[in-house]
Write a protein that binds this ligand. Structure first.
Ligand code: ADP
Ligand code: ASP
Ligand code: MG
Length: 421
C-alpha cells in the first residue's frame, strides 16, 4: 500500500493565483515521490478576517451559527481553485468540503471539536489515483449543521485527517521556515528550532504562538502523528519536527517565549467566602463553553468574610462571559465586576525548566528591570505565564527571549519569495 502524506497550506500560501500554482507544484512533487496525497487548505490570504469584519459591520454580536455559515465559505473557494491548478498541470485532483468528506464535529458553533472523520470516500478517491483537496477549518454535525473549529483551525483539520488515514506524516506549510523560539515578526533574531516536543509545542500554542492551532498539537500527540512545520516558499529547509520528548535531547531550560494579546481579565469583587461559590461561577461559564485560563482567588477579608475572584478569558468570549456574570451577580452577591481588556499573557515554555530552580525568579526580575507590572501569574510543570499590560507585551517577549539565551545572529525570513519547484 502507498504511504499517505497530508499537507496543509495556510492563508498566505494560497493568497493569490500565483501562490496557488506554487502550492500545486509542491503537491504534485509529493505525488511524484510515489505517495498518496491529501491536501488541506485555508481560505485565501485575509479572507476570513474580511468576512469577520463584514459580519461585525452588520451586527455587534452575530449569531454563532451564521458566523460558521459565513466563515466556512472562505475555504470553499481555495479548495476548488487548488484542485483546478493541479488539474491544469495534468494531474487528477478532486476537492471536497467537510460535509462531503464527513468531518463530524460536536454541535458547538465557532469552536467545535472534531469527533470523527469518515474515510471511505477519501480512500476510494486515493485508490483511484486522485490527489484530494479538503477544506480546512470546517466540520459538520450529525444534523447536517456547518461548524468551524476556531481561528487557525485548518491545522487541526490536517492533523485529524492524518490520524484518521494513518498517514505517514503531516506537513504544515506556512509563511515562516518552522517553529521559532518566539514569533519572528516580533523578534527578528528568533532562532528556528529543528525539533520541539509535543508538550512544549502545545504550551507554546496555548500561550499564543499561533504558528500551530493548539488542538492540532493535542491531536498529533494523542495519535502520535509525525508533524512538521515548514515554509511554502523556502523548500530547501525542512523546518521543525514536532515529536515525543523521549526522542529529544534537552539543552536549554527555556525552549520558547510567546505572547497572547487576545485575553481579558475579569474580577468578580466581594463574593462570600463559602463553599460552592467558585463551583457555581465556573460551572455556569463551562456550560456556556467558555474556557477560563488563569484563576486567582484572594485571601478572605476577615471583617466582610468575602474575597475577590479574578480570571482570564479570550477577548472573543468576553461579551458572553459578562452576560453570564450579570445573571449571576444577584446569586453570588458580588459587589462589582471589573474588566480589563488591555492586557496580554507573556509565557516562557521549556521541558528543561523541570526541577531547575531560578527560572521563575529570572523571569520576574527581567520584567521588574523593565518596570513591567505583573498582574497575575500561573505555572505548569513546563510553563510560566505572567499577565502584563498589552503595551508591555512585545518589550517583555524581547527581553525574556534574550535573557534565556534564545537569540541567534541571523534575521528570520518571514515571507520568502516564490521558489522554483
Ligand atoms: P498560516 O496562515 O500558514 O496558518 P499563521 O499566520 O496561522 O499561518 O501562522 C504563521 C505565523 O505564526 C508566522 O507568520 C508568525 O508570525 C507566527 N508565529 C507566532 N509565534 C511563532 C513561533 N514561535 N514560530 C513561528 N511562527 C510564529
Ligand atoms: N481560515 C481560518 C482562519 O483564518 C482557518 C485557518 O486559516 O486555519 O482562522
Ligand atoms: Mg494558522
Amino acid at each position: 500500500m502507498k504511504k499517505i502524506i497530508v499537507q496543509k497550506f495556510g492563508g498566505t500560501s494560497v493568497a493569490d493565483t500565483d501562490k496557488i500554482k506554487n502550492v500545486a507544484k509542491i503537491v504534485i512533487r509529493e505525488k511524484q515521490n510515489g505517495n498518496d496525497v491529501v491536501v488541506v487548505v485555508s481560505a485565501m490570504g485575509h479572507t476570513t478576517d474580511h468576512l469577520v469584519k463584514m459580519a461585525k459591520a452588520l451586527s455587534p454580536n452575530p449569531s454563532a451559527r451564521e458566523m460558521d455559515m459565513l466563515l466556512s465559505t472562505g475555504e470553499g473557494v481555495s479548495i476548488a481553485l487548488l484542485a483546478m491548478a493541479i488539474q491544469a498541470e495534468g494531474y487528477d485532483a478532486v476537492s471536497f468540503n467537510a460535509m462531503q468528506v464527513g468531518i463530524m464535529t460536536e454541535n458547538i458553533h465557532t469552536k467545535a471539536r472534531i469527533l470523527d472523520i469518515k474515510t471511505d470516500k477519501l480512500r476510494k478517491n486515493l485508490d483511484a489515483g486522485k490527489i484530494i483537496v479538503v477544506a480546512g477549518f470546517q466540520g459538520v454535525t450529525e444534523d447536517g449543521e456547518i461548524t468551524t473549529l476556531g481561528r487557525g483551525g485548518s491545522d487541526t483539520s490536517a492533523v485529524a485527517l492524518a490520524a484518521a488515514l494513518n498517514a505517514e506524516r503531516c506537513d504544515i506549510y506556512t509563511d515562516v521556515e518552522g517553529v521559532y523560539t518566539t514569533d519572528p515578526r516580533v523578534v527578528p533574531k528568533a532562532s528556528r528550532l529543528d525539533e520541539v516536543s509535543y508538550d512544549e509545542m502545545l504550551e507554546l500554542a496555548h500561550a499564543g504562538a499561533n504558528v500551530l492551532h493548539p488542538r492540532s498539537v493535542e491531536t498529533a500527540k494523542q495519535f502520535a502523528v509525525p508533524l512538521r512545520v515548514r515554509s511554502s516558499f523556502k523548500l530547501d529547509n525542512l523546518g521543525t519536527l514536532i515529536l515525543g520528548v523521549d526522542k529529544m535531547e534537552i539543552f536549554k531550560p527555556v525552549a520558547g517565549v510567546a505572547a497572547d494579546l487576545q485575553q481579558a481579565r475579569i474580577v468578580v469583587c466581594d463574593v462570600p467566602d463559602r463553599p460552592g461559590i467558585a463551583a457555581g461561577l465556573f460551572g455556569k461559564l463551562a456550560k456556556e463553553n467558555i474556557s477560563v485560563d488563569m484563576i486567582i482567588q484572594s485571601y478572605a477579608r476577615k471583617i466582610s468574610n468575602t474575597n475577590d475572584i479574578a480570571f482570564t478569558v479570550t477577548l472573543a468570549d468576553l461579551p458572553k462571559t459578562l452576560t453570564v456574570l450579570e445573571s449571576l451577580k444577584a446569586e453570588t452577591g458580588a459587589s462589582d465586576i471589573k474588566v480589563d481588556d488591555n492586557i496580554a499573557k507573556v509565557s516562557i515554555v521549556g521541558a528543561g525548566m523541570i526541577d531547575r530552580p531560578g527560572i521563575a525568579s529570572t523571569m520576574f526580575e527581567t520584567l521588574a528591570e523593565l518596570n513591567i507590572n505583573i498582574k497575575m501569574i500561573s505555572t505548569s510543570e513546563i510553563k510560566i505565564s505572567c499577565l502584563v499590560d498589552k503595551s508591555d507585551a512585545h518589550k517583555a517577549v524581547e527581553a525574556l527571549h534574550k535573557v534565556f539565551g534564545l537569540e541567534c545572529d541571523e534575521i528570520a525570513d518571514v515571507k520568502g519569495d516564490l521558489p522554483d519547484v
